[in-house]
Design a binder for this molecule. Structure first.
Ligand code: 5AD
Length: 352
């Protein structure tokens, strides 16, 4: 029964809502294996066996938001706040470039310090020094004008997860000041400007139901992002969700495979949260259809304090210093690191 459904998903890249629901609500181990095999096949057709590393630089853990699930939420007074200096950032870039990285992600909380006046020259500087590298920003919600200025300064891509496509659930996970509509507005603005856009959601966030995951899948089908990041929810001790169960490994892997079948060309990372949930999580993600990894290039102060959730991994395969080990590990499974910019296939940077 599920095989037929999975075959149709591979053929048509979409299923009716009820069928997606049935697929997610009662798959067994054989279905999961079958899904992963088809997803792997599709990924090989599109991208071969290369896995693109994106070097993650966590530039600030200062955030004006109070997302209920997040360890760096403004209301958490148990974390030491930091903001990397420009010198720190260039040190990370240099280290990454020498390791072979040609794609970098600058991620941070919504830190008011980073006005356009601060960011534009910083991005221009990075663009000048590293003309052959992809610059991805992940700095939260901003105005369309701001996104446009950062794009013109040289940013290529922007990551902003929608977190959940169900408004009532979004409102449960976020404080009143945050708006679902604005989140969605940001994503469409980013696409319109010409960024390669990444979105995504957490699997197993408190209160999430299977029908919400179906809505996430349908929303992503509508948005058609170039990158999709999903990972299990993992509780953080200094949030009200401490003690809540983490998202499930198998559901996350099933969704990675389903997303590969729905979006054959998408850039799909095996996330750090997946690697935190389980030692082999990231390799399992690749086996399930993921083709991007995001090793952490941040300095120790960031690794210690950019704790979005408890025990966030920073010494294993996701540490940039372990890049050779990561490559060896991938090779054991028939993959290898692809040190390119890792652009979306059909993408070209048009001026706005
Ligand atoms: N568990 C898992 N993922 C989380 N994120 C934030 N907090 C958590 C958590 N407790 C994710 C969000 C955010 C991304 C940067 O990290 O989805 O978009």
């Amino acid at each position: 029964m599920q095989r037929d459904r999975i075959d149709r998903l591979r053929q048509e890249h979409i299923l009716p809502e009820e069928e997606l629901y049935l697929l997610l609500s009662n798959y067994d181990e054989a279905d999961q294996t079958y899904l992963a095999a088809l997803a792997d096949e599709v990924r090989r057709e599109q991208y071969g066996t290369g896995v693109v590393p994106r070097g993650l630089i966590e530039i600030s853990n200062i955030c004006k938001n109070n997302c209920r699930y997040c360890g760096i939420r403004k209301g958490n007074s148990h974390t030491d706040r930091y903001r990397l200096s420009e010198e720190d950032i260039f040190y990370c870039l240099k280290k990454g470039y020498h390791l072979g990285f040609r794609s970098f992600v600058f991620q941070g909380g919504e830190d008011g310090y980073y006005s356009d006046e601060k960011l534009v020259p910083l991005i221009e500087h990075i663009r000048r020094e590293y003309p052959d590298c992809a610059i991805t920003l992940s700095l939260g919600e901003r105005s369309k004008e701001s996104y446009r200025r950062l794009f013109m300064a040289g940013a290529d891509r922007y990551l902003l997860r929608h977190e959940t496509a169900v408004q009532s659930h979004y409102e449960r996970l976020h404080p009143q000041e945050m708006s679902f509509d604005n989140r969605i507005r940001c994503l469409y603005d980013l696409k319109e400007i010409g960024y390669q856009v990444g979105s995504g959601f957490m699997v197993g966030s408190p209160g999430q139901k299977i029908e919400y995951l179906v809505r996430d899948l349908l929303f992503l089908k509508e948005l058609e992002p170039h990158m999709i990041g999903i990972g299990p929810f993992i509780p953080h001790q200094d949030t009200e969700y401490r003690g809540k169960p983490a998202g499930s490994l198998s559901m996350t892997l099933v969704l990675v495979s389903v997303l590969r079948l729905m979006h054959p060309e998408v850039l799909l990372p095996a996330t750090t949260a997946l690697g935190t949930l389980c030692e082999e999580g990231q390799i399992l993600g690749v086996l399930a259809g993921a083709n991007v990894l995001m090793p952490n290039l941040s300095p120790d102060i960031a690794k210690k304090n950019y704790m979005l959730y408890d025990n966030k991994k920073n010494t294993g395969l996701e540490a940039a210093e372990g890049i050779d080990k990561l490559n060896q590990e991938l090779k054991r499974y028939g993959y290898h690191l692809d040190f390119s910019r890792g652009d979306y296939k059909k993408w070209s940077k048009n001026a706005v």
